[in-house]
Design a protein around this ligand. Structure first.
Ligand SMILES: NC(=O)c1ccc[n+]([C@@H]2O[C@H](COP(=O)([O-])OP(=O)(O)OC[C@H]3O[C@@H](n4cnc5c(N)ncnc54)[C@H](OP(=O)(O)O)[C@@H]3O)[C@@H](O)[C@H]2O)c1
Length: 329
């Protein structure tokens, strides 16, 4: 592919949201020895993608401008580096591109072999791409620290999933149910039926006083909370928690970090756990297998062509996705 150019979407500075995205023609990247070159079929957008554009992780990310954002992709291998053993041209895969490299909003991208997994025919490119950051986060938060065994062999736990209609939340509800837990979920009223269809036992409307108080209608105390939204103080969680509960905070702000420190220093049994997912190939293979077997689904909020990537970007920034948002070249 040397010398060939491709359509890509990039930004040149911090800020400006969708207005900061530019459509460009750039060279198709060349895979290093341990990389595969993918012809992309779908890229999934996560809030971290536009938070990086906002400068949340400056000066670390992006490492330089211009930057082609997004990391979670599905596609077909078209070329492999000289040390790549597991893939060949024509293989259908999903891959997590490096956070420093990005590259998902393009026709082609390079991925490390170590974060590329085979995609069976039953799993579409979008269904696979959705699993990466969002699916890995849901899985890893539930298994450790929440202590849920996904094969259902662990003790029955009560789990609360906040923002259960979103990208992480909709996977968390389904995976928690595979683990034989009782799931209470928060979402907007419009998503009640949707979240129940994912398996939630009880659903709370976050816009009502009862929902905002996180009170389980049947009086359950939560053993773990997969906390996928923001703005809920510890004092709201506290009365709803069992004796050794963990609130796993995916977006910890200053208040959460303070609570985390205080709970640690006072040897509190109830803990707040600031959480960050880890790229993990085995976990990703498990998620793909669960989708193949029909035990887990990626719910598609919307698909947008690469030529209208701004629409996908704005939709994610608006924060009202039901499931996952995709861009398709
Ligand atoms: N730490 C990590 O490793 C990690 C990994 C992935 C994601 N995250 C973070 O986790 C958060 C969730 O990510 P995501 O991809 O799931 O986001 P998302 O898909 O954009 O979430 C959108 C959903 O959240 C719902 N929602 C918004 N506010 C709510 C509230 N107060 N109560 C209940 N539901 C609410 C919305 O419902 P309505 O439309 O009805 O408002 C919408 O369905 C983000 O902050 C993200 O950056 C962290």
């Amino acid at each position: 592919m040397a010398g060939k150019v491709m359509h890509a979407v990039q930004y040149n500075s911090y800020g400006r949201g969708a207005a900061g995205l530019k459509h460009v023609e750039v060279p198709v990247p060349t895979p290093k020895t341990d990389e595969v070159l993918l012809k992309l079929e779908a890229a999934s957008i996560n809030p971290i993608d536009w938070k990086i554009q906002n400068g949340m992780l400056r000066p670390l990310l992006p490492p330089k401008f211009p930057f082609i954002p997004t990391t979670d992709v599905g596609g077909e291998v078209v070329e492999v580096g000289s040390n790549v053993k597991s893939f060949k041209a024509g293989d259908k895969v999903v891959a997590m591109l490096g956070t420093r490299n990005g590259g998902g909003l393009a026709e082609y991208a390079v991925a490390k072999e170590s974060m590329t997994v085979t995609r069976p025919t039953e799993v579409s490119a979008a269904e696979g791409a959705g699993l990466l950051v969002a699916g890995l986060t849901a899985l890893q938060a539930l298994v450790n620290p929440a202590g849920v065994k996904l094969d259902g062999t662990g003790p029955r736990k009560n789990i609360l999933v906040t923002a259960a209609s979103g990208g992480v939340g909709h996977y968390a509800v389904q995976l928690a149910k595979l683990g034989n837990t009782h799931v209470t979920a928060t979402c907007g009223a419009r998503n009640f039926d949707f979240v129940k269809s994912l398996g939630a036992d009880e659903v709370l409307d976050y816009k009502t006083p009862e929902g905002a108080a996180l009170k389980s209608p049947s009086g359950q105390k939560y053993d773990a909370v997969v906390h996928c939204t923001t703005g809920i103080p510890w004092s709201t969680f506290e009365p709803n928690l069992s004796a050794s509960a963990k609130v796993i905070d995916l977006t910890p702000g200053a208040g959460a970090m303070w609570t985390f420190a205080v709970k640690k220093l006072t040897f509190s049994k109830k803990q707040l756990v600031p959480f960050l997912y880890t790229p993990n190939k085995e976990n990703l293979e498990l998620l793909v297998r669960l989708v193949k077997e029909g035990k887990l689904k990626t719910v598609i909020d919307s698909k947008h062509p690469l030529s209208k990537a701004e629409d996908a970007w704005s939709r994610s920034i608006d924060g009202h996705a039901t499931g996952k948002i995709f861009v398709e070249p």
